[in-house]
Design a protein around this ligand. Structure first.
Ligand SMILES: Cc1cc2nc3c(=O)[nH]c(=O)nc-3n(C[C@H](O)[C@H](O)[C@H](O)COP(=O)(O)OP(=O)(O)OC[C@H]3O[C@@H](n4cnc5c(N)ncnc54)[C@H](O)[C@@H]3O)c2cc1C
Length: 473
């Protein structure tokens, strides 16, 4: 069988690559060895946000006089699990496969895929049946990642959760030790503490250390208010079972035991897909250029091998993987038409947004929404910057939204161009505020113009006006 494009891995990045390639008129096949929909749908974004949402609404209601008095019962975890189970289709992809097939445009095959030569892929289905297929234009790798579990002493002797266990559990553990203070660790601490379990979060550095320090500080404070025991600056060194509980010994000599332990300690790419057959021996994430072409000899004369989504490690969030998939499909189209590829920044086949233009939301409570560079990162890049901050509790929109509103925003401006290069907003339900910042930053809208983008009263969006005033406008 031959296709124009073979996409390996039907997570969100792979599905998007297949959809866009089909839209461009390419005969496309999408191969998946497990569940069509990938991590995001079954063990990532969807179940985690389904688990978090009820707690956010519950606490928001408790913070509004008049509504608070009507809340007389604790959160119903059974109902939350029911909602999460429905949104993840009970970890069954029949519905998604049917929906994609009904939309048409590309074929879906359930099999393990392995590259066996340039543009050649071998499929092995669950019964061991093999089939070799060939791509005329390109093979797109979208094979994602697995949880990276630290190789500490005793690890093979314990039961533990990774993101799959943490997002699909049908019971609330009496006690949960979370190792890792990044977005997944913090979101899962918020989730399981909300449901009444005792949660201990241990991390080697600070909380959310890739972000502005105030974001981590505010999330830490909120986690502690929820009853989470946060331990900073410690790393696990060994582990074992003590009856039904797991214990972990840490670098500072402390030992913590819990009924479950979750490792939220990063991800490792899935690259065991026969790449050695084309001379590629990946050591970690797959390096790609801005058209998502794998940077390797095999692509030198005739570009054919692309990698999109988490497997390239550029920005491991769903929306960025889907963006890369659109870019890669457009690059394949441009190359197939032998168009000279322009290097101008805003063309569809260059993933410019992967560089310092990545929005992300951490759905803790308060939420952390940010895009671009932190002040420290902007200074490191050599920008001349001015950073301004604003206490969002002073906004009328915040006061009206909930009693005791806590929120904070920071804007980092490149003073030479008078454009924003980074924004971080922390507060209840600020997730959707970040897209206005994304537009301002991607569009390099000068501050003088933004001054005329008037936010409605009384909304939390008035934080824009306050940040511009703080800058000196
Ligand atoms: C708990 C958690 C919460 C998250 N929350 C968010 C969020 O709120 N927002 C956000 O943007 N991101 C979030 N993410 C990240 C997001 O889930 C990932 O960025 C995204 O799912 C990656 O998609 P992908 O398509 O690159 O890979 P995956 O979804 O991992 O898909 C890869 C697919 O390839 C298949 N595969 C692998 N090897 C082969 C092979 N040889 N043959 C055939 N198939 C193969 C796999 O079975 C898999 O289905 C979260 C992640 C976690 C763990």
């Amino acid at each position: 069988m031959s296709y124009d494009i073979i996409v390996i891995g039907a997570g969100q990045a792979g599905i998007q690559a297949a959809q866009r390639s089909a839209k461009h008129g390419f005969k496309t096949v999408l191969i998946e060895s497990d569940l069509v929909g990938g991590e995001c749908h079954y063990w990532g974004c969807v179940p985690s946000k389904a688990l978090l949402r009820s707690g956010h609404v519950y606490r928001a209601a408790l913070a509004v006089k008049g509504a608070a008095e009507t809340i007389t019962r604790p959160i119903s975890t059974d109902k939350v699990f029911e909602k999460r189970n429905a949104l993840t289709d009970w970890w069954d992809d029949t519905g998604i496969v049917k929906k994609l097939a009904a939309a048409g445009g590309f074929e879906i095959l359930k099999a393990n895929a392995e590259i066996v030569g340039i543009k050649n892929v071998r499929l092995t289905d669950k019964d061991g049946k093999r089939q070799d297929i060939k791509a005329k234009e390109a093979v797109v790798l979208a094979t994602g990642t697995l949880a990276a579990i630290p190789k500490i002493k005793g690890i093979e002797s314990i039961k533990y959760w990774d993101n799959k266990g943490a997002t699909s559990s049908q019971h609330v553990p009496d006690s949960l030790l979370i190792i890792g203070g990044g977005p997944i660790g913090c979101e899962m601490a918020t989730t399981w503490a909300t449901f009444g379990g005792k949660v201990i979060l241990a991390t080697r550095g600070r909380i959310l250390e890739q972000m502005e320090p105030f974001a981590g500080d505010m999330v830490k404070e909120a986690l502690e208010e929820l009853g989470v025991d946060v331990r900073l600056g410690i790393t696990p060194v060994s582990t074992g079972m003590m009856g039904d509980d797991v214990y972990v010994e840490f670098s500072d000599g402390t030992t913590i035991s819990a009924s479950e332990v979750l490792f939220a300690t990063g991800k490792t790419p899935i690259t065991n897909v026969g790449l050695e057959s084309v001379g590629l021996k990946p050591d970690g994430f797959l390096n790609v250029d801005d058209t998502l072409l794998v940077t390797h000899e095999t692509n030198k004369d005739e570009p054919w091998l692309y990698a999109v989504g988490d497997v390239n490690g550029r920005n491991m969030v769903q929306h960025q993987g889907r963006y890369q998939a659109r870019v890669a499909s457009d690059a394949i189209l441009a190359r197939s038409k032998q168009l000279p590829l322009s290097t101008k920044p805003f063309v569809p086949y260059i993933a410019i947004a992967d560089h310092s233009l990545v929005p992300q939301v951490v759905f803790t409570d308060p939420e952390v929404a940010f895009i671009g560079l932190t002040e420290a990162a902007a200074l490191k890049k050599g920008y001349k910057v001015k950073a301004v901050e604003f206490d969002m509790a002073k906004l009328s929109g915040a006061v009206l939204r909930q009693d005791g509103y806590k929120g904070h925003a920071k804007m980092v401006v490149n003073v030479n161009k008078e454009v924003i290069v980074g924004i971080t907003i922390v507060g209840p339900e600020v997730a959707d505020l970040i897209h206005s910042a994304t537009i301002a930053i991607v569009g390099e809208v000068p501050l003088g113009k933004l001054w005329h983008a008037v936010a409605s009263f009384p909304t939390v969006s008035e934080v824009w006006l306050r940040l511009l005033e703080a800058y000196g406008l």
